[in-house]
Design a protein around this ligand. Structure first.
Ligand SMILES: C[S@@+](CC[C@H](N)C(=O)[O-])C[C@H]1O[C@@H](n2cnc3c(N)ncnc32)[C@H](O)[C@@H]1O
Length: 333
């Protein structure tokens, strides 16, 4: 870990800044040490590990151990995914990176970076003035990404951490990317919320994973793929999308069996103009119809109100507003 990275790490849950205990070598790097903010996070072989023993769910533990066990052979088999669908992996992954809208000085986070196959493509779009942060749950997979990125001239930072408790401050990254891990996250909603939290408002988030479109699920094509990998039948994670997501685009890639969702991060839920008068007999505004509801009245009283507002040439909203105010003012004295 290099000293500059200290400014970019916080404790994953409390999000406190961290102090370093450990020797810094002549290159400004820390190989072994501890980052602490109450809790202590070990730096092992230059990579901080933000996973505290006892805090990971059983599912996360089994995913981490699965990928640690696969890390040596992962890259030998991965090309088969693209080969099955006659796709060029480099071209496809470059298409993902296009959606991140990167410039040479962008600061980018890749969540569940695995062995770094997208990381190197993202890095090609950054200059020495940019920064690339890679995180993964599996130390074995991240070690492979480190090897791959060894000669990369872009300042690059690695962390072992959980996608749903990222060790980075709010609004840090211009773009956040994650491909291939979402379906295995124990808390997909939490992970998407974290990606939005650490992304700057206006920044891009791009995520994707296996999910055959619902209209293809009864085909033999879908059955063949999902027999070997049931993850192809995973639902789209649309109900987990954060309220800050705007300009959302969903597409299918790699033979149309992986979804890719890209969106821009806004600061909160959407807003609209709910206060203009709506023409017509009902009248009122979108907001008064939502916020101004009172109790129901009898059918006869409702009919009388309709006749009265018609005779006065008013909308129902205007008639009610006047009638309720007049009655309330008289009762309130
Ligand atoms: C199928 S691999 C994809 C790797 C890489 N993104 C790619 O496209 O080749 C899934 C990765 O997700 C990581 N992963 C799974 N659960 C995770 C979590 N909760 N937090 C961070 N990474 C996780 C795994 O360790 C593994 O490296």
């Amino acid at each position: 870990m290099k000293l500059w990275e200290l400014d970019y790490f916080v404790s994953p849950k409390e999000r406190k800044s961290l102090a370093l205990k450990g020797a810094v070598n002549e290159l400004g790097e820390v190989d072994e040490g501890v980052l602490h903010a109450g809790a202590e996070f070990n730096i092992v072989d230059g990579v901080p590990n933000f996973l505290l023993s006892g805090e990971l769910s059983d599912k996360a533990l089994s995913v981490a151990s699965f990928y640690d066990g696969r890390s040596e052979t992962y890259d030998q088999y991965l090309h088969l995914t693209f080969f099955t669908h006659g796709e060029d992996e480099t071209k496809v992954r470059n298409g993902f990176a296009d959606l991140l809208e990167l410039t040479r000085d962008s600061t980018v986070l890749e969540v569940a970076a695995g062995s770094g196959r997208d990381s190197e493509i993202i890095a090609q779009r950054l200059g020495a003035e940019g920064k690339l942060f890679l995180q993964d749950l599996s130390p074995g997979m991240l070690a492979k990404a480190r090897e791959r990125m060894h000669t990369c001239e872009v300042p690059t930072s690695f962390s072992i951490s959980d996608a749903s408790a990222l060790p980075y401050p709010d609004h840090t990254f211009d773009a956040v990317f994650s491909f291939g891990g979402l379906g295995e996250f124990p808390d997909i909603r939490g992970a998407l919320a974290e990606m939005v939290r650490v992304c700057k408002p206006g920044g891009k988030v791009v995520v994707g994973d296996e999910s055959i479109p619902v209209w293809l699920r009864s085909t033999e094509f879908a059955k063949i793929l999902s027999t070997t990998n049931p993850q192809f039948m995973a639902p789209l994670p649309l109900e987990h999308m954060p309220v800050q997501a705007r300009e959302v685009c969903v597409r299918w890639v790699i033979g149309g069996v992986f979804y890719l969702i890209d969106f821009r991060v806004a600061e909160g839920p959407p807003t609209g103009n709910f206060d203009y008068p709506i023409p017509g007999p009902r009248g009122g505004t979108l907001r008064s119809r939502y916020e101004g509801q009172l109790e129901g009245v009898s059918v006869e009283a409702k009919e009388m109100a309709h006749q009265a507002r018609q005779r006065r040439g008013m909308s129902m909203h205007a008639w009610l507003e006047e009638a309720v105010r007049k009655a309330a003012a008289s009762d309130l004295g």
